[in-house]
Design a protein around this ligand. Sequence first.
Ligand code: 147
Length: 594
Amino acid sequence: WLFSLTLGHAHVYIVDDYEGLGRRFDGIGGLSGGGATSKLLVNYAEPQRSQILDYLFKPQFAASLQILKVEIGGDSQSTDGTESSHMHESWDENYQRGYEWWLMREAKKRNPDIKLYGLPWTFPGWLGGKTANPYSNPYRTADYIVRWVLGARTHYGLSIDYIGIWNERAYNTKYIKVLRASLDKNNLSNVTVVAADGSWGISGDILKDQTLAQAVGVIGVHYPGTVTTNASLQTNKTLWSSEDYSTFNDNVGAGCWGRILNQNYVNGFMTSTISWNLIASYYNALPFGRDGLMTAVQPWSGHYVVESPIWVTAHTSQFTKTGWHYLPHGHGVGALQGGGSYVSWLCPQRRHFTMVLETMSHNHSLCIRPALPGYNVQPQRATFSLKGSMRNITKLHVWYSKLGFKDAETVLFKELNPIQVENGVFSIDLAVDTIHTLTTWTKGQKGSYPTPPPPAPFTLPYKDDFESYAEFNEAFNFAPQVGVWEVRRTNDRHHGNVNRQVILHQPCDWCTNRIPINIGGNYKWTNLLQQIDVFVPSVNGTDGVFLAQHVSRGGCSSDKAKGIFFFIFPDSRAFVLSTDPSIITIIIIVTLCP
Ligand code: 147
C-alpha cells in the first residue's frame, strides 16, 4: 500500500498471448576462448573438476547453460593465451589438441540439448597465403572451418549448431556466402551462420544483398548495451548479443549480467546473450582476470569459487529452454514503472510460464562496456494480470536474489513461498537490486557440493617431464601467450616426451606478437632456481630459445613483457638480460661449448 502510494495509482501489467508470441528464445551462453580462458580448468583433479562442470552445465543445478561457444583455435594470442588450431599447416590435420573438444563433450554429457557455437579469433598463417588476410582465398578458409565442424562429429560425436566469421575483425561478404555454400555441400545445412561477431554494421549489407541475407542465420553483435538498430530490426533476422558481460564477477558484475540478460531482449530484441567468459580459468595476472561466470584458477589446490553471476544465470536458464518463446512487448515483456524490467516466456505447448523481473540500480549493474546512461530505480509494487494461455494459473513458484554491496545483504537464488494468483491477478513488492523468477516450473534447484579446498599458492618445487601426457596435448599449468606448445614424442633416450613449440609461420593474428612465450606459476617469485633441458634446432626458423623469470605481462601485450631473460642461440652464444627496472640489470654474455 505504501509503495503504490509513492507511485500514485498502481500500474497493472497485462501478460497475454492473444496477439501471438514474441521471438523464439535461443538460450544463455558462456564462451570458452577468445582466448585460453579455460586453460587451468582441464587439470583440476576430481572431484572438483566434475563439480565445476556441473555448476556450469548440469541442467537444473546451477548455471544450466543453454549455449557453449568456443574458440576455433588459430595458433595465435586471443586475449589470455593462444589456442591450438586443428591445422597448423595445410598438410597438418589433428583433432587431439587443446581443451575445447573436451569441454564441449563434458557439456554435452551433462546436457545433450546444449547448443554448440564455434568462432575463430585468429587463423593459421597458411590461410592468408602470402598475406595476413584470412579471406585471401575464401574457399580455402571455408574448407578449414568445415573441417573443424566435421572433425567435431567424426572424432567426438559432437554436432556443431552455430559457426561464426572472425571475432571483432573485418567480415567479408563473399567469404560468408562461400562458407554457407561449403557447409551445405557437406550436408551441414543444419549449421547456422552467425555474423559477424562485431557491430550491427552487417545489417546494412544484409538489407542490400539477398544472397548474404540467406547465408546469415543470426546477426550476432558484441557489447550492444542492450540496444539494437532500426536496420537490424528491418532484416527480420534473429538478433543475438553473441559476446557480452566481460565484467569482474563480484555482485556488481552479477548486477550487470542480470540487467543485460533481461534488457537485451526488452530493449534490443536479442534472443541470446553469451558471457565472455564462461569461466575465469586463466592466471589472474593475465588480462581481464575474473571476468567469467565463476572462477577456477588453482588446479594445484582444487580451490574454485561459484560466483554470483552463476546464480543470476540460473534465474532464467533453470526455468526456460531454447525454443520457448518470449511473450510480446507490452504483454509480458517491458520496462517496470519504477525502473528495472520484466521478461516472460511460454513453452511451446503454452503450458509452462516463466517471468524474470530485475530491478538493478545503475551503480550496482555497471558492465565493462559500453558506458551506462544514468537512470533511477525505486522500490515498487508491481501488479500483473495473467490472461490468454496464462489465465488459469493459480500458483507461481518464486526464486529470489538480492545483490548487495556487502555479502551480508546478499541473497543468491533462494526459493521463497509461492505466489497465489487470484483470478489471474497477483502483486509483488520489488526492492532495488533484486531478481525474481516467477514460474510454473517446479524443478529449480540451488545445487551445491561440499566446500572446495582452501586456496593455496602454486606449489614449489614444480617439475614436469611431460611423460604423463598423450601426444599433442598441452602441458598443464603452462599458458602459451605466443606460439603453441604440444607434447611430442622423441627418440631421445634421456627425454622421451618433450614440450615443443610447433608454430612455424606467423598466424593471421587477432593481435600481433612475434616472440613465442609460454608462461606459468607466479611472476612475483624471487630467488627462484629454474632448470630446463632445451633443444635448440638450427632448422625450421628457430632463432633461439630463452628461459625467463618475473615476466610481467601476457595477453595481447606479451611482446612488451619485462623480466629476466636467459637467451641461448644455435651458434652456442648465450646471454642474460634483465628488462625489469626493479631488478639489478645484469647482462652476461657467455659462449657455451658446442
Ligand atoms: C572482446 C574479445 O572478443 C574477447 O576475446 C575479450 O578480449 C574481451 C575482453 O573484454 O573483449 O573484445 C573487445 C575489445 C574491445 C571492445 C569490445 C570487445 N571495445 O573496446 O568495445
